[in-house]
Design a protein around this ligand. Structure first.
Ligand code: FES
Ligand code: FE
Length: 398
């Protein structure tokens, strides 16, 4: 599809409607998304506890890109592009490990953990190694979460940090540990997965388990006084009363969207679990259960459900125009012991069952939008956040 065709597609997109078919299926559109959105946004790569020692690394992969997230041992976390500067081979093939030096398996070029080229055999005396260091993405560790950005001059992460630092502080996420991590591959364009995450119109028909715990079906007249009650209680539990809603503004600031929104859980539920009872010890400095929970997001691809006893980190990553990944990380208090303080099965139950259902409905949606008879349909009031995501998306694509 040509630039002119994309421009007219954008013009013809009806407002407040789901996207026209080509946005979900066309490889040229996907390419533009790469340039305009993915390569400019901050992405959650992983939790710092995955690489505690010098030389520890894991790979973060998006589309064809692969990044070595490595603990360089000098207090720095580097995000090295996993492409050898000789003839372009992948350097690290294993998804994680520990290396003293990074050695390309093809012809043996050897790089330091900083990315500097140390050894390149048979290159001659006038070969300037300093010109062939590994390329790097920007890396920023925020509350123990490693975020990366591919852009040469990325939008300042400080914009996100300034708003999100205080609400995140009580959770002490830098000291948390990963209780479980699981990838759910989804055979659908990435936007269908993000749109689905951003609306709860589907929750009652598709997620009976979630609807019970979260009470998204609670009528407003009950919800409002209950919210005031939990906000009054939140502070005594060590949580902030702050709300942050700086979201989905593409113009001039792609990928710095952020939000922190506390709301009421269903009566009798203090966390997101099968019976509503705690599934792990209280996190960080949190002193009690206020009956609420938090929805957060940082950038367009990373979403959090922060309960008082655990945090669920949702990360969406495009693979190609028809596939994406939804990786979930369950974080608990750093000193919690598996089997004694929490059981993985109980901890992950709600979001595992919910995500399996989401995968099914998203893939079903992906098949439907490929039909010759598909046309954009209207968003309802309950899909306002998804609509805002689409507005943001269209703005970024202009
Ligand atoms: Fe890496 Fe040749 S491609 S050493
Ligand atoms: Fe869902």
């Amino acid at each position: 599809m040509s630039h002119a065709a994309i421009a007219s597609l954008l013009l013809e997109q009806p407002p407040n409607h789901s996207l026209r078919q080509a946005f979900y299926t066309d490889p040229a559109i996907y390419e533009r998304e790469m340039e305009r959105i993915f390569l400019k946004s901050w992405h959650y790569a992983g939790h710092i506890s995955r690489i505690p020692n010098k030389g520890d690394y894991f790979l973060y992969e998006l589309d064809f890109e692969s990044v070595i997230i490595v603990n360089a041992g000098d207090g720095r976390i580097n995000a090295l592009i996993n492409v050898c500067r000789h003839r372009g081979s992948r350097i690290c093939a294993e998804p994680c490990g520990n290396e003293r030096l990074l050695v390309c398996p093809y012809h043996g070029w050897t790089y330091e953990l900083s990315g500097v080229l140390r050894g390149a055999g048979h290159t001659g005396g006038d070969f300037d190694k300093s010109k062939y260091g590994l390329k790097q993405a920007h890396a920023r560790v925020f509350h123990g979460m490693i975020f990366i950005n591919f852009d040469r001059e990325p939008i300042a992460f400080d914009l996100i940090a300034a708003d999100m630092d205080e609400p995140l502080r009580p959770y002490r996420l830098a000291e948390a540990k990963i209780a479980h991590r699981q990838n759910y591959p989804i055979a659908a364009n990435w936007k269908l997965a993000v749109e689905n995450y951003c609306e709860c119109y589907h929750c009652v028909p598709s997620h009976p388990e979630y609807s019970i715990a979260h009470g998204r079906a609670i009528p407003n007249e009950v919800m409002k006084p209950a919210l005031k009650e939990i906000m009054d209680r939140a502070e005594s539990c060590g949580l902030t009363r702050i709300f942050v809603t700086k979201e989905w503004k593409a113009s001039g600031a792609v990928g710095v969207d952020r939000a922190y929104d506390r709301y009421v859980l269903y009566k009798g539920h203090v966390t997101g679990s099968r019976d509503g009872r705690p599934v792990a010890p209280l996190l960080g400095d949190i002193r009690g259960y206020d009956g609420g929970t938090t929805d957060m997001h940082i950038g367009p691809f990373t979403f959090f459900l922060a309960y008082c006893d655990h945090i669920v980190v949702y990360r969406f990553t495009p693979r190609d125009v028809d596939h994406c990944d939804c990786e979930i990380t369950w974080l608990v208090r750093g000193d919690a012991e598996e089997g004694k303080d929490y059981k993985v099965e109980d901890l992950i139950w709600l979001w595992d069952v919910t995500t399996i259902a989401d995968k099914r409905i998203i893939e079903n949606n992906a098949t439907g939008v490929k039909s010759r008879f598909y046309e954009p349909g209207p968003y309802t009031k309950m899909e306002d956040f998804a609509r805002r995501f689409i507005d943001y998306y269209l703005d970024a694509m202009k």
